[in-house]
Write a protein that binds this ligand. Structure first.
Ligand code: ARG
Length: 462
């Protein structure tokens, strides 16, 4: 590429350093913005024509040329030359080559600084809708599964120690809640980013009579930005988007951790279908949950992108700085990982079975009914702290004797509290307890069934 082809570098003498050219280019990763770049350019050209800054004939040439370029890229016929730095220059250079002088007018009243911010916003707005659809799909998977196991009970854990019995659907729906917040968060992010920076130029706007509202309207933005300096340097929406991605990964990673544990021989609570398991190159018996481990592992990369994104913004002087070019690496990385991880999580959900027999066989282990027994004593008038102590002693003694609470005779119970009556046996045993949860939002089957109905209705409306 000669100097004359890089029209925007006339100011510089001699040839650019080759290593530098490679170092500053972003074309290898920002080429995926091409459709948005072209759509943005068409809107900009349309506005230039409306404002008599270009003729209708020039507008037609620009539009036709850009659409041809779009097709060439679609079909893999476009030659990307990294010496052109980025997708903006690659498209513009191709346009000028194609249509000549009219192409040279496209960049009137525009800088790559407002252009790139426009492109990322347009891309992100679409990508958020894709991610929200994937979240909905995953939520539907959980709800379907919750419905399938509507009457099953499992141990609930705190500190990964057996805590209280919970309905299997309540456990599954806990993820639907987490992903619902992600769905809302991404929607909020989309609303906030949906303003047009186009017309802010390099940082100070333009002396030309650009109609910013026209381009904003054409591109579906809800408003224009009102400070050109902020508009070209703002990447808050990128940090926010990557944060939203990081939190989705946190939720997926917690699910992955649960299910890696649940699928172990020690737990054996679930069985993931063979089609989604891997094996070992050495140990022939292995069925490994590598997909879940990779979801957990890839979370690190998304967190890394969040830290990178925040650090890129830190300490930049006011205005556009080339540091900002790095934003896309992290935005794309976070988005790609979340996108594939959501797909894989949805696949796992629809290909996993709960070993309900195995789970219920072990339900009476671990004193899951101890808290309910304390509450039984509370109803009999014992202050909770005292009831907690009584049941603590009961559990310690039972453990020594190798017994369950329900194994004790009434006379034995009476030694701990004379208030314990024969009705105590209705408050012991896992099956009795889950049906007795009464607070709204409890982890019992009754509440879970209400929530299944709620989510079925809610998700069907999307
Ligand atoms: N490739 C650049 C980016 O991604 C476009 C803006 C470059 N602007 C500039 N004045 N060098 O941020």
């Amino acid at each position: 590429m000669t100097k004359s082809e890089k029209s925007w570098e006339k100011r510089l003498t001699g040839q650019p350093d080759e290593l530098m050219v490679d170092f500053v280019q972003s074309l290898t990763y920002d080429k995926r913005l091409y459709k948005y770049d072209i759509v943005g350019s068409i809107a900009h050209a349309q506005m230039l024509a409306e404002q008599n800054l270009i003729t209708m004939d020039e507008l037609k040439k620009i539009k036709d040329g850009l659409l041809e370029i779009s097709q060439e890229i679609d079909q893999g016929r476009f030659e990307f030359d990294a010496r052109l730095e980025d997708i903006h220059m690659a498209v513009e250079a191709a346009l000028i080559k194609k249509i000549g002088d009219a192409g040279k007018k496209l960049h009137t009243g525009r800088s790559r600084n407002d252009q790139v911010s426009t492109d990322i916003r347009l891309w992100m707005r679409d990508q958020i809708e894709i991610l929200r659809a994937k979240i909905t799909l995953l939520q539907n998977g959980f709800v379907k599964m919750a419905d399938k196991y509507a009457d099953d009970v499992m141990p609930g854990y705190t500190h990964l120690q057996r805590a209280q019995p919970i309905a299997v659907p309540a456990y599954l729906l806990s993820f639907v809640e987490q992903f619902e917040r992600d769905f809302i968060r991404l929607g909020n992010c989309s609303k906030l980013l949906n303003i047009s920076p186009l017309g802010s130029g390099a940082l100070a706007g333009s002396t030309l009579p650009l109609d910013r509202k026209s381009t904003a309207k054409q591109l579906g933005f809800s408003d224009i930005s009102y400070n050109s300096i902020d508009a070209v340097s703002d990447r808050d929406f990128c940090a926010e988007f990557v944060f939203d991605c990081a939190l989705i990964m946190a939720h997926l990673s917690r699910l992955a951790e649960d299910w890696i544990i649940y699928s172990s021989g020690e737990f054996d609570f679930i069985r993931i279908d063979d089609s989604l398991c891997t094996s070992s190159s050495m140990m022939p018996q292995k069925r490994n949950p590598d997909v879940l481990e990779l979801i957990r592992g890839k979370t690190g990369s998304v967190y890394g992108s969040l830290m990178a994104m925040l650090t890129i913004l830190k300490a930049q002087p006011t205005g556009y700085n080339r540091d900002l070019q790095e934003d896309k690496i992290h935005v794309f990385n976070a988005s790609d990982i979340v996108s594939s991880s959501l797909d894989m999580a949805a696949a796992i959900i629809s290909h996993t079975k709960f070993n309900t027999k195995k789970i219920s066989a072990g339900l009476e282990e671990g004193f899951l009914d101890a808290t309910a027994l304390s509450e039984y004593l509370v109803v009999k008038g014992v202050p909770f702290r005292q009831a907690h102590g009584i049941v603590g002693s009961l559990v310690a003694d039972c453990e020594k004797a190798g017994k369950k609470l329900a194994d004790l005779g009434l006379d034995e119970f009476k030694k701990y509290s004379t208030l314990i009556e024969a009705d105590v046996y209705q408050q012991l045993g896992v099956a009795n307890i889950v049906s007795k949860y009464t607070t709204e939002g409890s982890a019992g089957p009754k509440q879970a069934k209400e929530q299944i109905a709620y989510w079925q209705k809610q998700l069907a409306q999307r």
